[in-house]
Write a protein of this length. Structure first.
Length: 441
């Protein structure tokens, strides 16, 4: 009896299973391969280090070619939107800042703008507070893009770039800590303004950063832009044209890399962006290479915006004057972070019983927001970050829902990956810059 040159097979509930029982390898591979038409299903994640968190990709492969790709999300679900319904309007800032943890100040700004619109105080926000918001968001955009170029380069083999990107990000986080008391999860931008003013030593650090960063961006480009392997791994990889982006709701650098200059800071301005001078970088290839070029250019534009914001920082209040909303604006940064300044507490305690009661009610119960619903969008590093806030007239949100760009943009992954190589799934997925804390929230 002749032994077949290929593995025996049996049908199971999971599909066809082949069992290799030994034999000469040359004889096995020279025979007819019964699985040449079979497809293999591979789970990439949810713990895969190249998915920027806990994203699961189910890939159906034929050889190294991806025939079908499915994204499975939800592994980092934290219930933040639901939690907002059980906290007062100001406390919501502490929750939303933890959603997209690489762009916390954008989460806070979108939320604050929505609450202010419900309150009808949008025009009452002081000039200094609006300028500080722009300043902080653009610094945050740079820090977020630095993480993107660092991690994407690492995933494609350029380990040095990962070290340099995180090194420069530390400068920004140090500035944030000087201003807010925290490196991340700040709860700094709040309904009515910002929690406290920008100290002088932070201004000095920002000016030093403005001198340093252009040189560093040039170094990154010298390291990557002409590198043959980087070009090979990014050009004509993960292509998604403008039509595909619009069909899938994709925004941000991915859409702009396909040639459409859609940026909410220009098209639907907020926080006074219409008064700043900056360009919206675009590219036409719609591939990973184009997204890299757009993000590098965006960091330069953000540096221009930061410099303009610094020049506009005129003395003035950083919170609305209505004391029934302006809680808490008298804060100080201590060794354990940011909290009420002792001088402010002493003043409240020493004024009158009515003053103490008012402060107690404002802190524990919060202010009431008129009934209604609003939608506000801001341009986050990943695209349009929208906030739909609903009030029933109480001291807590009735409902807050975020239109999160990471969640929406991940729809594009199958369109970019199917028909390409499995190695390009990493490059294409990374070029979307998904942050799963924002996607799942």
């Amino acid at each position: 009896m002749t032994t077949p040159n290929y593995a025996t097979e049996r049908e199971t509930t999971e599909g066809k299973v082949f069992t290799v029982t030994g034999g000469d390898w040359d004889d096995v591979v020279s025979g007819t391969d019964p699985i040449n038409d079979e497809r293999i299903v591979v789970n990439m994640g949810p713990q895969h280090p190249s998915t920027h968190g806990v994203l699961r990709l189910v890939l159906e492969l034929e050889g190294e070619t991806v025939r079908e790709a499915r994204a499975v999300v939800g592994y980092l679900h934290t219930g933040i939107e639901k939690n907002l319904e059980y906290r007062n309007w100001v406390q919501g800032s502490t929750f939303v800042t933890r959603m997209d943890y690489l762009a916390p100040l954008f989460n806070e700004t979108g939320y604050a703008l929505a609450v202010e619109k419900l309150l009808g105080i949008t025009d009452d926000i002081t000039e200094r507070a609006a300028t500080i918001r722009v300043l902080m968001m653009e610094l945050n955009r740079i820090s977020s893009h630095l993480v993107w170029v660092a991690t994407t380069a690492m995933e494609l083999g350029a380990i040095n770039m990962m070290l340099y990107g995180f090194r420069e990000r530390e400068y920004v986080l140090d500035i944030f800590e000087t201003i807010t008391g925290l490196r991340m999860n700040h709860a700094y931008i709040r309904p009515g303004g910002v929690a406290q003013d920008v100290p002088d030593d932070a201004i000095r650090k920002i000016r030093d950063f403005l001198k340093l960063m252009p040189k560093k961006l040039k170094e990154y480009e010298n390291l990557l832009s002409g590198q043959p392997i980087w070009l090979e791994r990014t050009q004509n990889v993960g292509v998604l044209d403008a039509t595909g982006c619009l069909a899938l709701g994709v925004t941000g650098p991915v859409l702009r890399s396909a040639g459409l200059a859609w940026d909410l800071r220009k098209t639907m301005p907020y926080c006074g962006y219409e008064t700043y001078e900056f360009d919206v970088p675009t590219h036409t290839d719609g591939d990973v290479w184009g997204r890299y070029l757009v993000r590098m250019a965006e960091m330069r534009e953000s540096l221009k915006l930061v410099e303009q914001a610094l020049d506009r920082l005129k003395p003035g209040p950083v919170m609305v004057s209505d004391k029934k909303i302006a809680w808490p604006a008298q804060l100080a940064i201590g060794v354990d972070g940011m909290g009420n300044s002792l001088e402010h507490v002493a003043k409240i305690m020493g004024q009158s019983m009515e003053s103490l009661i008012h402060h107690f009610k404002l802190v524990t119960e919060g202010f009431r927001v008129p009934p209604g619903q609003v939608y506000v969008g801001v341009e986050s590093p990943r695209g349009e970050l929208g906030v739909h806030a609903v009030s029933d007239g109480g001291t807590r949100p009735y409902r807050v829902h975020y239109r999160e760009p990471s969640f929406v943009n991940l729809q594009a992954l199958p369109a970019m990956a199917e028909g390409g190589l499995i190695a390009d799934v990493i490059a294409g997925g990374a070029s979307l810059d998904p942050v799963m804390g924002g996607c799942d929230r």
